[in-house]
Write a protein that binds this ligand. Structure first.
Ligand SMILES: Cc1ncc(COP(=O)(O)O)c(C=O)c1O
Length: 392
């Protein structure tokens, strides 16, 4: 039982654990990053798809062990491209986990496809692999699993089902750079994977993303589509087109500034260190909180290694918002993210709480705690102290 009336609680007028708010997230940027950006600026090569962007793509492809990497201006545009490149008939259906960010659904919707929501594992928010087959219809063409919190979706059964029904798999790896599933990095487990380098992500270029694939056919289309439907890539790289380039297909502008490419390169150099620091923090939280009967700790997919993009606890749903307020009063910022898609006005026609019960179970207990590479030992201890004080 949670005792809400303890006078020592800051929410009841007691002393807070921390006088300064410990935020949920802080972007990690260091001198090397500042220098990389400054050098790119001083080079005056600042437009899209410049040499630093291409070098970032090359290094990222080596890091992930994947053939093609396209650095884009967001994961949302990478998801759009992933579906654009396939040209599925309008109204074809794509299976999307109900617990994800809007962008996973926007990828299909921007391409005139329909979204079918699939319920998730109530303990970790990833697509429930046992609910996929029953969601497949004649119109299903693709599935878009998501790695919530950086914890990989259970990709083996997903890929197996996809093969059985001839489905295209777009793995939304927005949150999982550096995570692994059965010894393989995320980004190598599906036809296409899409990363995010938004300011909140483990590797950041402020805004940004990447579409990665081993499929030469998809890569060939993406090369043109991300550059306004032009063959400018060849003009930039091998000059086959003798100093000019042509408008060859439909497209949009999905490229990133060379300044951000330079930032991506310097961030990539330290991604393993940044992820290892997150793992240390997560392990400390788990060790210090595992005996608390009122909360549940994150469930990691079997055979997977998470990059700890997010650390969450699952609390008794009836006390969730009180716990959130009580933690904030103690100086520890806790928050709730995401809301299940069907709980948003734009998606509410796609399902009900009764049809998607496990998304609601996961969501109704979910509270995120601070985790980022620059979190100090002292702050880690305060987070634990606050959670124990409020939930103990
Ligand atoms: C699962 C998922 N997909 C897509 C996105 C969108 O990423 P971006 O902001 O790079 O477009 C996010 C952002 O948080 C996300 O969590």
């Amino acid at each position: 039982m949670i005792n809400k009336n303890k006078p020592i609680l800051a929410i009841k007028g007691g002393h807070p654990v921390s006088n300064v708010i410990i935020p949920i997230h802080k972007t990690y940027l260091d001198e090397e990053d500042f220098k990389a950006v400054e050098e790119a600026m001083r080079s005056t090569i600042v437009s899209g798809n410049g040499p630093a962007c291409m070098e970032f793509e090359k290094r990222l492809s080596e890091y992930l062990g994947v053939k093609h990497v396209f650095y884009t201006n967001s994961c949302t545009t990478a998801l759009d491209l992933a579906f654009r490149a396939k040209e599925f008939p309008p109204d074809s259906e794509v299976l999307v986990p109900n617990f994800t960010y809007t962008s996973t659904a926007l990828g299909p919707l921007l391409n005139n496809l329909k979204v079918k929501l699939v319920d998730v594992d109530p303990d970790n928010g990833n697509i429930d692999v046992n609910k996929i087959e029953t969601s497949i219809s004649e119109k299903t063409v693709a599935i878009a699993p998501v790695d919530y919190a950086g914890n990989p979706a259970d990709m083996d059964p997903i890929v197996e089902i996809a093969k059985k029904y001839n489905l295209y798999v777009v793995h939304d790896t927005a949150q999982s750079i550096g995570s692994e599933y059965k010894g393989q990095k995320t980004g190598t487990l599906a036809h296409v994977s899409t990363f995010s380098f938004h300011g909140t992500k483990n590797l950041t270029t402020g805004e940004g993303g990447a579409l990665v694939t081993d499929d030469d056919g998809i890569a060939e289309k993406v090369i043109y589509m991300r550059e306004k439907g032009t063959n400018k890539q060849s003009f930039l790289v091998d000059n086959k087109d003798r100093g000019y380039y042509e408008y060859v297909t439909i497209g949009n502008s999905y490229v990133q500034s060379n300044i951000l490419g330079a930032l991506g390169l310097s961030q990539l150099k330290k991604i393993d260190w940044m992820n290892a620091r997150r793992a240390e923090i997560a392990e400390y939280y788990i060790e210090q909180l595992k005996d608390l009967p009122n909360i549940k700790l994150p469930k990691i997919t079997q055979g997977a290694k998470t990059n700890w993009h997010i650390f969450y606890i699952l609390v008794p749903p009836e006390h969730k918002y009180w716990i959130m307020d009580a933690l904030r009063a103690e100086g520890v910022y806790a928050n709730v993210h995401y809301t299940p898609l069907h709980r948003n006005k734009f998606y509410q026609h796609l399902g009900t709480d009764e049809e998607l019960p496990n998304s609601m179970r996961f969501f109704s207990g979910l509270l995120r705690l601070p985790i980022y590479p620059s979190l100090t030992e002292e702050e880690m201890k305060k987070v634990v102290e606050a959670v124990r004080k409020v939930c103990g």
